[in-house]
Ligand binder design. Sequence first.
Ligand SMILES: [Zn+2]
Length: 312
Amino acid sequence: MSKECSIVRDLLPLYIEDMVSADTGEFVKEHLDGCEACRGEYARMRLPQKRKENRDAKENKEAVAPLIALQRKLGRKKVQTVLCTVLFVVALFVSAFAVLSTPVYIPYDEGLFTITENEDESVTIVFDERVTDYECSSDAHIGWVGVEPCYEIEAWSTLWNKWIVKKDRQFVVIHKVTGEDFSVYYASNDGSENVCVYGEPVTDGGVVTLPRLTLSYYFMIAAVGTVVLLAVWGMVRKKTAVKVWVERILFYPISYCVAHVIVEGFGSSTYSAGRDFMLIIFLSILIYGGVLLARSIYRERKEIKALTERNE
Ligand SMILES: [Zn+2]
């Protein structure tokens, strides 16, 4: 070993700790570049140092990990809170719209509309200003088919159209399609008989348009589903993983029932089943999403609390 080598070896511990002057550092580095033996010694001496550095980095990481997890949870909670609020606000607006746009059917009276026959044998029916919407369907009753074409009219108003979106005067033109004479009935939708307002009456007895009961069946299915799922929930209460899933499913029929009550009130027979059903489905999905998010936020909050306490 040369004299320079032994000097460098003496300096190596200081060099590794970075405790030499710039000039000395330069000298050692130059020597190491040119001397394999000293380079080997240098590598061997640095090994424990390196291990220690790695260990420190790892310990540091472990100390920081809960903080990062906490930060992530806080971020997620924030996003979920915003989303949840948005869903409930939209649900509130949809509920308000559902209530305001509920059709209030107008029972028949003499002044409700005027009927004029046109030259092309069509008929124009002009409603008075109480009417904001109407529906004109043909062959509404199977018993009437084949006798002669028959139209059924129903007319209603909504608070929405009265207060918020004003509508022009409503009218309908009915054409002679098959060349046969036709008759027009008005359905008051209040349990009273439909009135023949144009053409020859096609039946001897009275016909009453009945409310559709479909929605009450759906409501019953949702209610029964809720009860069954509640029973299942009671049975699996101790198995956390299953319980979480049962809860997730259980919230839907509950949301459906709530949406039904908002749209229909506590009555369940309706003359506008299609409209009501769409609104109930839409509203129930909004409520369901909001409830799931609220539940997730609640759990996140608990976890954040636990993490904070552990860090203190
Ligand atoms: Zn050397």
